[in-house]
Design a protein around this ligand. Structure first.
Ligand SMILES: [Zn+2]
Length: 396
């Protein structure tokens, strides 16, 4: 196991790994406390292309802040850096070409490459994938008592839906491989809002493996809603059944672990996820530190908090849309009038609004926020710790 020099992010070397998104770039020393306390591999730098561009940070900033945070802490173990949710080649190259140091993990988001059923494109790549997929027709497999079968029609639909995603994943993987020898690679399907069926998961894992893509984690879209900043919405029993099937599929390939995204506040399922996967998992949180920063401001700097709230309301429509949420702005306005500042952090509508406003708010008030949090460092630290402790209590 890697112990010692931890100046650079490295490939995940434990069965359990945990992504700590840090939007302001000051929370790594607090996150490091959890990496010391629990047997997890921490991914301290984890920021999506969307987050980086909306905050106005750079890929370098994210790495620098994480490394400074590790150095400031007493954590001596290894850690990772996730170039998260890359949706196009342009962003892949931005992450790869940063001149500070290499990322150790790349999450490729297939959002823009997934097709839904329609007429067959007269496209050589589609034809090639369809030909390769003939081997599945008539095959049957059983995972956690669920029987997967492929017919000519069902495999045609799966290929049509995913052939461009597979091509994009292969292209990204090969591009990274030319520059970096050792890295974690995560195909992600979670953002589109369409559940990844067991049949699709098995097909995707099988095709990527056959193409020599060495992915270490895999993020299907699990059933239910994983909306930002609120708990899981959906049938927990169905989530469990589905997760068991996905687990057995992943186990049969032996080489990768399942990844849960948007795990912030998902207390109904985060512990189950870790337990059903028997400690072999990746979990990503991304907005927890931001919400605790706001909680701290609501407690110690009402004036700044009120300015943030105003800005969030003014830009609500645009920010909410970027996260595919639907929030009632009039209800939010009346909640703001009738509730205390601090309680707005925990009311789901205002919580989601504030969560999705980070880009606009940090774009305008980053310096003020940093300075206020550093004057109230103990309060901020305690808020982040008590929030994250809920996740780790559920997991362990
Ligand atoms: Zn995601």
């Amino acid at each position: 196991m890697f112990i010692g020099n931890n100046n650079f992010p490295v490939k995940i070397n434990k069965d359990a790994s945990f992504g700590f998104g840090d939007r302001i770039g000051i929370a790594t020393p607090i996150h490091a406390g959890f990496a010391k306390k629990y047997d997890i591999f921490p991914v301290f730098a984890q920021q999506s292309a969307r987050e980086i561009s909306s905050i106005g940070r750079t890929c370098q900033d994210v790495l620098k802040n994480a490394r400074q945070g590790v150095q400031k802490s007493s954590y001596k173990g290894s850690w990772g850096a996730d170039a998260d949710h890359i949706r196009n080649k342009e962003w892949l190259l931005k992450f790869l070409d940063n001149d500070f140091m290499p990322y150790s993990m790349f999450t490729i988001d297939t959002f823009d490459c997934m097709d839904i059923a329609g007429p067959a494109p007269n496209d050589s790549s589609f034809k090639k994938r369809l030909k390769r997929a003939e081997k599945y027709t008539g095959k049957a497999y059983t995972f956690s008592k669920y029987r997967i079968t492929y017919t000519h029609d069902s495999i045609y639909k799966i290929v049509l839906k995913y052939y461009r995603a597979i091509d994009f994943l292969i292209e990204c993987y090969r591009t990274i491989k030319q520059k970096i020898a050792e890295f974690d690679f995560e195909p992600a399907f979670d953002e589109k809002g369409i559940d990844t069926s067991p049949e699709e998961h098995f097909y995707l894992a099988s095709e990527l493996t056959d193409e020599g893509i060495n992915f270490t984690t895999f993020a299907p879209k699990f059933p239910g809603l994983f909306e930002k900043a609120i708990d899981y919405i959906g049938d927990v029993d169905n989530f469990i059944c589905n997760l068991k099937i996905h687990k057995e599929i992943a186990d049969c390939f032996l080489s990768y672990r399942l990844s849960l995204h948007s795990a912030d506040d998902k207390l109904k399922v985060i512990g189950l996820f870790a337990q059903i996967l028997e400690g072999r998992f990746h979990i990503k949180t991304s907005g927890s530190e931001w919400m605790e920063a706001l909680r701290t401001l609501s407690q110690c700097n009402r004036e700044l908090f009120d300015m943030i709230l105003n800005l969030a309301v003014t830009n609500a429509e645009k920010n909410i849309k970027a996260y595919y949420l639907s929030l009632d702005i009039n209800k939010i306005k009346s909640l703001i009038k009738t509730s205390s500042s601090e309680s707005l952090i925990d009311i789901s509508e205002t919580r989601q609004l504030l969560h999705t406003s980070y880009g606009t708010v940090l774009g305008k008030y980053l310096d003020e926020i940093k300075s206020s949090l550093s004057s109230n460092e103990e309060m901020f630290t305690n808020n982040v710790i008590s929030n994250y402790q809920r996740y780790f209590d559920a997991i362990y």
